[in-house]
Design a protein around this ligand. Sequence first.
Ligand code: PMP
Length: 392
Amino acid sequence: MIDEHCLSKRVQAVKPSGIRKFFDLAAEKEGVISLGVGEPDFDTPWHIREAAIYSIEQGRTFYTANQGLLELRKEICRYLDRRFSLSYDPYKEVIVTVGGSEAIDITIRAIVDPGDEVIVLSPGYVAYEPSVTMAGAIPVVIELNEENQFKLKREQLKAAISEKTKALLINFPSNPTGGVMTKADYEEIVDVIQDSGIMVISDEIYAELTYGETHCSLANFPQIKDQVILISGFSKAFAMTGWRLGYVCAHPVFIKAMNKIHQYIIMSAPTAAQYGAIEGLRNGLDHVKEMRDSYQTRRNFIVNGFNQIGLKTHMPQGAFYIFPCIKNTGMSSEEFCAALLEDQLVACVPGTAFGQAGEGFIRVSYAYSIDEIKAALIKIKAFLVKLSLCDG
Ligand code: PMP
């Protein structure tokens, strides 16, 4: 008989994504306004699309080097140097992957053995805990809190590190909280990382979407740079989610190991996408800035809007999410999102989809037009008025 016993215990231990569950619910209804999706609403800039189309016209339809086109790796290194003062060797320290998603998977698999611990932050991106579990390692959760603007604090990190800790997995700017770590915030924890010798997997896919101080990476600290595995990609900054392109930069020992996994499971990232990305890095940074400016305008608008209707929302400094507190409604995050969807046809994601520390919060994406955001705010207000939590 075919049943769950046929499956690996590792996969059985993983729950389906709480985001997907909500979208399936929303998809069953008509006329839903969604603030749920974590995806840019911009089309990929035309010159990037054109470069990819041209590459196909030229017959560049073959596998590339496993590590990715050398031309692209060189552009990635130039870009990281120019934008974030990070220096990597395109030959030995970069691998091009199928999105940040593959990057997360092969990074974890390259460094953990069964029983190793990987510290993850909660609320945190939905893929981290399952990726750690599926690699046979044990996720150890640090709960971040709103009072600290969802930053990682020194004492929390120290308390979570054990003899079994292999790595710390972080993501700033953060999905779902929009929280960032500034240079000063990182300065507080650098020596803990150095002294413990743990690796840091740093998912910086939202680095371009930073609205306050310039983005800082733990790889900017020379004393721990070799311990840091930097993950990024083109989905968010260049509005290229469907192209499936990301990359990892790290010490050659890690890249060589990741390339071993990558060459057997993937071969190489999509070729046309790689040509598009080269064009994006060479000539697309003005578009990236335009998109960032637009997100910043929307961020200011939506944060004000939520605070005005009585859902306390801190001003996030990065990504394109806000994380309003809904504790004053007396509902759980899931109850709130389900009732809002049922009553007003507005879809948001319960904070608990990102871990237990998300209880009492919802994740709202502002990668939507101001008109859609306005329409959603009117409906959310109506919902709160019904609950007598907001004046009409
Ligand atoms: N990391 C984070 C924090 C994300 O939010 C996402 C996408 N939602 C990814 C990685 C994966 O992105 P992709 O595979 O499209 O590059």
